[in-house]
Design a protein around this ligand. Structure first.
Ligand code: SF4
Length: 373
């Protein structure tokens, strides 16, 4: 855990075998983007999301025809699932009966009080948390014409109070809109009003780099302020990118352990033309993770490796790295450890030689390099 971050104490809720809130690690979530009826593709996507860092995945259930496939997906899923349901209380109860680990539904949209009570009863009996999710599109339009932090928080509180009036506190809250400042302020206000775990992210955040930057600002800012127990990066396109980005955000803040860290320079005119530093850095990360990821995790050790464009500044700038490569001239690369030269190797052999040096170090821990986190 990052000692700079003073995390706000929230209640702990249980989602299958994953807990959210309290002293639990921050959880990465994502959502499938395949109609529920396509059971096999949903299962494959969930497995892929898990492989890329997602710990909980949500699925949209549109009507009762979705319950049978949902139950098959739940049985095959390697991680806990959340059912996203709008309005229909019977659908929420059916999803709970099918074995879902959490539901997202806004009680203010369910309708008659007896319907809310039925959902609360089913969730209580099965210890299923309910996530209240308010976004720019779900503020109380009878009271508010604009999306503001106040209208978002007030609309979330209306939903929270309905559950609290039914003695239900197994709640996760999310308040999102597409504006960075409103989202941050609304979550700050919410975290002062209640101690329910908070699901954070930016909604309608777009796609690609722009989404990654905006989501990282919002999620990073909130986590650094101690707010947020679970995160979702909402991104148009393959949801695997959501999971990868969420995981990278947590790793960057030292909120998730990552056994391999690559440092690389941006390159400049000192980098020889025959050095493709991006490819070398990518290959280095892939090979190190494949070869040593598991052993490093088992040992709770972190390996920092620098991939630098030149010998002039590279080893000095990356002296803290356990190992490093620095581009030289005439098709050669310098292999170094803790800023100290080991040898020069041909560019084509650089990653192979690096892997051999790391292997030797991991087998013989007295060799320079490596380090416990
Ligand atoms: Fe340029 Fe060398 Fe610095 Fe990379 S390490 S940015 S190549 S001076």
């Amino acid at each position: 855990m990052n000692s700079y971050i003073k995390r706000k104490k929230t209640r702990k809720v249980q989602v299958g075998n994953i807990s959210i809130g309290g002293d639990s690690p921050i959880v990465v979530q994502s959502m499938t983007n395949i109609p529920i009826e396509d059971v096999n593709r949903n299962i494959a996507q969930i497995e892929n999301l898990k492989k890329n860092g997602a710990e909980i995945v949500r699925l949209a259930i549109r009507n009762e025809k979705g319950i049978e496939p949902l139950s098959k997906i739940i049985k095959a899923s390697p991680i806990p699932l959340v059912a996203d349901i709008h309005f229909d209380y019977k659908l929420a109860i059916a999803a709970i009966d099918a074995g879902i680990s959490k539901i997202r539904i806004n009680p203010g949209n369910i309708g008659d009080e007896y319907k809310v009570k039925e959902v609360v009863k089913a969730a209580s009996v099965n210890n299923i948390p309910i996530r209240i999710g308010v976004n720019g599109g779900s503020i109380n339009r009878k009271k508010y014409s604009h999306v503001t932090p106040e209208s978002l928080v007030d609309s979330a509180m209306e939903n929270i109070k309905i559950l609290e009036d039914n003695n239900f506190n197994n709640i996760v809250v999310s308040i999102k809109c597409s504006d960075i400042f409103d989202t941050v302020e609304a979550n700050r206000m919410m975290s002062e009003m209640r101690d329910y775990p908070i699901h954070i992210g930016l909604t309608e955040a777009g796609y690609g780099l722009s989404c990654i930057v905006q989501s990282s600002i919002v999620i990073g800012h909130m986590l650094m302020s101690g707010i947020g127990d679970t995160i979702r990066v909402s991104m148009t396109g393959d949801p695997v990118n959501e999971a990868v980005t969420g995981t990278k955000i947590l790793e960057s803040l030292n909120l998730k352990f990552s056994p391999v860290r690559i440092i690389s320079c941006p390159t400049c005119g000192r980098t020889a033309d025959d050095i493709d530093l991006l490819s070398i850095a990518q290959e280095t990360e892939r090979e190190l993770t494949q070869n040593f990821g598991e052993i490093l995790i088992l040992r709770n050790e972190k390996l920092t490796v620098a991939v630098m464009g030149c010998e002039v500044n590279g080893p000095g700038e990356a002296a803290e790295a356990d190992f490093g490569l620095a581009g030289g001239q005439n098709g050669r690369i310098l292999l170094f450890a803790k800023g100290e030269r080991i040898k020069t190797v041909a560019v084509k052999d650089a990653v192979k030689e690096l892997i051999a040096a790391v292997r030797e170090k991991l087998i013989s821990p007295s060799t320079p390099g490596g380090g416990k986190e």
